[in-house]
Each structure stands twice: as C-alpha cells, then as structure tokens.
Write a protein that binds this ligand. Sequence first.
Ligand code: IPM
Ligand code: MG
Length: 357
Amino acid sequence: MGVYNIAVIKGDGIGPDVVNEEIRVLNKIGEKFGHKFEYKEVLLGGAAIDACGTPIPKETVETCKASDSVLLGAVGGPKWDDLPGELRPERGLLGIRSELGLYANLRPAIIHKALASASPIKPEIIGDSLDILVVRELTGGIYFGEHGYRSGKYGEEAYDIENYSEFEIKRIAKVAFDSAMKRGKKITSVDKSNVLESSKLWRRTVIEMAKDYPEVELNHMYVDNAAMQLVRNPKQFDVILTSNIFGDILSDEASQITGSIGMLPSASLADGAFGLYEPIHGSAPDIAGMDMANPIATILSGAMMLRYSFGLTDEAKAIEDAVERVLDKNIRTGDIADADSVRVGTKAMGEAILAEI
Ligand code: IPM
Ligand code: MG
C-alpha cells in the first residue's frame, strides 16, 4: 500500500467545485487499489490575496515542496483585476511554477470520439480523433525575463526580455523527445528563428538533441505558420515543442480545436517525479459555486498525477476509462451537452464517474 502526500490548491472561481470531485474520484481509486492519499489544502492566487495579502504565501510554497505532488483548480477572477502586477493572482501561479522548478508543461489536446462534433473545425479535416501533445517550457523566457521601464526614443517605454539558455532548452527538449518516443515519434519544434536570437539558439539546440533520438522525426515551424497550420491541418502534429510564451498561445489554440476546453488536463513537471496538475481551463467566476462546471479536465489531471508522479498506470487508466464510459452514455455537463444528452451538474458528473470505477 502506498501513502501519498498531496498539496491541494483549490483556488478561485470554479476551482473548489472541480477539485472536490477530483478528490472524491481519487479516494475511490485509493479504496479500490489500496492506496492512501493524504491532502493538505493551501492557498494561492485570489484566495491567498484575500486571506494573507499576497498571491503566493510562503507557507504554500513550503507545503508544496514537502509534498509528493500538487493538485490545482484555477486561480484568478475579476475581483483582483485592478491590483498591480506583482499582487495579481497570476503572479501566484507563475511564482509557484518557478519555486517548484516546474519547467515542463504537458498539455494534451485530445478529441474524445463521443465529442468529435464539438470541434469547430470541419469534420472532413478533423475526422473523429485528434491527439496532440504540447510541450511548453514553463519557467523561462519572456514571462520570467527582465521586466521594467526606461526612457526610450519616444519617451518612457516598457520592456520584457526573452532569454533562453542552452541548458533550459536542452532540458525541455529532452522531455519532448522522451514523450515523442512513447507516442507518434514526431516533433514539431516551434520558434521564430527568422527574427529572434533566442529562437536561433532554440533551433540549434533542438537539432543537436535530435541526434540522440534517431527514431524521432523532427521538423521546425515558425510560430505564425504553426498557428495557421493548427487550424488548417491539425492532424499533422504529434508533439509540439515550444517556448513559454508560444506554448501559452498555441496550447489555447490547440485546446479550442478539440471543442471542449473543459475536458483537457495538464501536468507541470519538475526533474524527478514531482508535478503540479491542473485543468487547462480558467476559473470561470460567472458559474462558480453553481454546480455547473465540468469537472472532467480536473479529474483527468488527477489521472495524470497518478501516472507521472506516482507511476500508478492502471489506476490512471481506471479513471480515464471511467470518463470514456460516462461520455459514451451521453452524460454531459452543459458545456459539452447536445440536444439528446443527459444533462448533469458538477457533482452528478463526479458521481457518474465514481460509479464507473
Ligand atoms: C496558462 C495561463 C497562465 C500562463 C497565466 C494565468 C499566468 O494562461 O496557464 O496558460 O500564462 O501561463
Ligand atoms: Mg494560457
């Protein structure tokens, strides 16, 4: 029997709604497979600003560091929009990624067969399946480069610097190549090396690493072309490897192509087995606490935790299969429902998934 210590950041908006269902599902897995999951709740983002006056309290960082992994719901909301940059909820999210060394962000964009019609892309292009993995560098680049103000040619100006070291590029490229080896063995590395020096280093470094993975087919795309190709012919992609800012943008685009952003989980990984797991969607404050949010992305994030941090493959699969069966029964939250669906709320969706485990 394994005992796993998990830090839980329910967060803002619908965060608590969806994380509660995730915890119920994990507990059922624990019962069934004989594991014990111990949870410690901590604050981040808006909830932390309200309670402690900072989006990233020290205690949160310490508890997360002392845990085996971290689960997160969502952070942010209009309530905190007018705060200065360093006090915004988003600063909490960027801060925790950096503090915990979570440099590798895996964002799968998958179309479940039962939901293929939800994609905004024409059926003759998308078919009934899509399986892209965006590997986004998460603790470097322009989001963490030097920011500031200075006097420039036209008076005062603001700047944000994009910088990448060979070390940072290598370690994220390795994650992408290792992931590709377990999937379709194809990587598209996305950069802007026709303009940016940091992208030139990115491309050179990725090409160098490809020598260690002769089985992987590597190609390169400028980010503007990649944004276009994603809607023109999304099936050409297997693994997309890219920087922090390009990955932020392209992963939103890829998720929208699946038509159901409420379905997509993500993992943010450090070296070793430590990771933070969160749905791709945001905090949707307009439906918070109303039993309307789709908990599937968060529940599938729990499955990713079992697989990546704890090596519990069968247990992860049990959750993923349960979700698949519920979708096959046409049980749906509002965001993915059609006219014939059995429409349910957040809790009933959690219940339906539990019943299939
Ligand atoms: C994401 C979000 C965050 C990011 C924001 C909230 C800071 O957009 O996880 O993609 O830019 O990384
Ligand atoms: Mg984003």
